[in-house]
Design a protein around this ligand. Sequence first.
Ligand code: PLP
Length: 408
Amino acid sequence: MNDRGYYGRFGGAYIPEILYATIEELTAVFEACRNDPAFWEEYKNIMSTYSCRPTPLTFAENLTAHFGGARIYIKREDLNHTGAHKANNVMGQGLLVKRMGKTRVIAETGAGQHGVATATMAARFGFDCTIYMGEVDVVRQRPNVFWMERLGAEVIPVRVGTRILKDAINEAFRDWVSNMDDTHYVLGTACGPHPFPEMVTYFQSIIGEEIKMQAMAAEGKLPNRIYACVGGGSNAMGAFHAFLDNPVDLIGVEAGGRGLESGRHASRLASKDGNIGVAQGYKTFFLQNSDGQMKETHSVAAGLDYVGVSPILSDLKERGRVRFEAATDKEVIDAMSLTIRKEGVIPALESAHAFVQAFKDAPALPKDDIIVINQSGRGDKDIFTIADAFDDPSWKAFIKTKAEEYNA
Ligand SMILES: *Cc1c(COP(=O)(O)O)cnc(C)c1O
């Protein structure tokens, strides 16, 4: 990264002038914390006493036997508090908010997972919390809205534009501009203006640091390959960062949706549909048309359904350091079913994308190769989508009964 927050051609901070002072304050506090070894200890302490760090590295003995190739390990980010790696980012930013002396946090959320994680952090630290969410998503993600409200957050449905994530992002920036004296914007992934990609990667890098130590302890060597799904790119950067200078293959897997040819996907780097542009405060590959209008994206996994991607990953793609692939919705459901049956762990639909590519590669790899799949989150949150995909008649009957109970 250069001093203006660029990674090669990507990144930067394209922000309204009025935000400069607050972004500069954030950058200064972040750099001070990053250079203070006591801060990382404080962070590790809260993550081990409030979440579940270090998360285990599980040897997938049955999947390894099933594919007959490389030894497969699963990094268990699903065991974090609130069920995903998102806890790493929000708790880290919470510590920065305390250092800055601010008292209020805001965030935007699409699927609701980042909203729940942020509201949880705010409850724990005693911050006021406002979550922006497109009106369409508020209806679709009712259980997450329920929990955000129980946690004390105010959830504001955004009624402008197409009433989804990108509209919520605009509203969150608007709020920040008017309230920056006491308010911090908790960005949810390794995207947005500098310093967010760098800062979110810093907190998430604990994933790869642990993988390194755990692989050495279990196998006496580094893994040969690491697989992670890519939405905005934070769990992938977290898993990859510690290995950038090691001879380890890094594979990011995007949402292939209905297939790359169908146009209904969220693959900015593995498909040919991504174009370099500037939006939402940073420069990267976006799924946009020739007028710069953002396209509609599709994925069975709500957390991967996003038009932009981390500028750090765009740069790593250009430099050929990370390989990008896409997994289709159907492949994801199959990989998820197999993983549940063989290992008794339930990956989130997002995480299952990484499993798809690992399963394609594993059989042809030498038996003493080690591969690690980052299980970014747990899949029990996805019960409605998964049950739908399995077309389970007793599940449909259950939903019908519930609907009748409500209407009675
Ligand atoms: C939010 C989410 C993602 C996508 O975010 P990244 O920033 O790409 O990591 C992936 N997996 C799970 C389980 C999530 O909740």
